[in-house]
Design a protein around this ligand. Sequence first.
Ligand code: NAP
Length: 277
Amino acid sequence: MIDQHTKLYGLLGCPVGHSLSPTMQNAAFRASGLNAAYLAFETRDIGGCLRGMRALGIRGMSVTIPHKSAVIPLLDELDDLASRIGAVNTIVNDDGRLIGYNTDGIGALKAIEAKSDLNPEVCLIIGAGGAARAIGFILKERGVNVAVANRSHERGRALAASLSCPFVPLDELKGMSPDLLIQTTPIGMAPKVGECIVPESILKEGMVVMDIVYNPLKTKLLTIAGGRGCVTISGLDMFVNQGAEQFKLWTGLDAPVDVMSRAAKEALGDVGKDWFE
Ligand code: NAP
């Protein structure tokens, strides 16, 4: 029920039309018996949004492209991990103080830990964008040996330097034998579902392979990796876990992860139809 007591949450980004977050977070509020609602705000005016958030007492926001870094100077406080990553995907409104967090890395970590014991000798991260940074910092924090591969050498070397780890050009991937591989570029995302950035020959039995792309749920990389005996982890598992961390930051409650996962999968089925039609 929406009434005068309803607490409002939302997503700030552009575009937001295909976001699964409203369906997923509203399912979590309902399952937890909370009088709260979550909306998607398609906006380029991040400053105006934050003023509105303060003025209207909006309790929390997710932040997505293109605002994850631009929002930082507009906040009152920044969580240490978000500060090191240089990107915020979650804002908590704590009695008028806007605090920025980043839950992408912990979402990825929880998705990996659910399927493996996270004890790799070498983890290869493909990509050096915002998601790769978030994942790289949290893995380093957990003592994992990371290497970064990226199309742009400059960006790849910059992330590798921040993580004090090796950089690998994409055309040298064939020489790698990581036991955990995390694909963080948009390659393989609908509608270009036939693309895969990883050479098939490096996918070995028992290797753990996560593709953070979640539309489609089973990317070409995950299909090939599954066929070669790898343990595969879908980007939706990361997405649901990063959303669960947001729910916890906003409400102080444990998130109903199964409910959120089901809601996101159902919504992805609907959204997927649009993309493939
Ligand atoms: P980003 O900051 O724009 O970074 C994009 C990365 O992909 C860069 O490393 C870029 O390389 C690389 N890339 C892009 N197009 C490429 C191409 N054609 N060939 C090779 N490399 C290419 O984006 P992001 O925020 O990190 O997000 C990346 C992807 O992750 C998106 O698809 C996003 O939807 C997904 N994502 C998923 C979750 C989840 O919860 N599952 C969370 C966050 C993001 P250059 O540096 O060379 O440009």
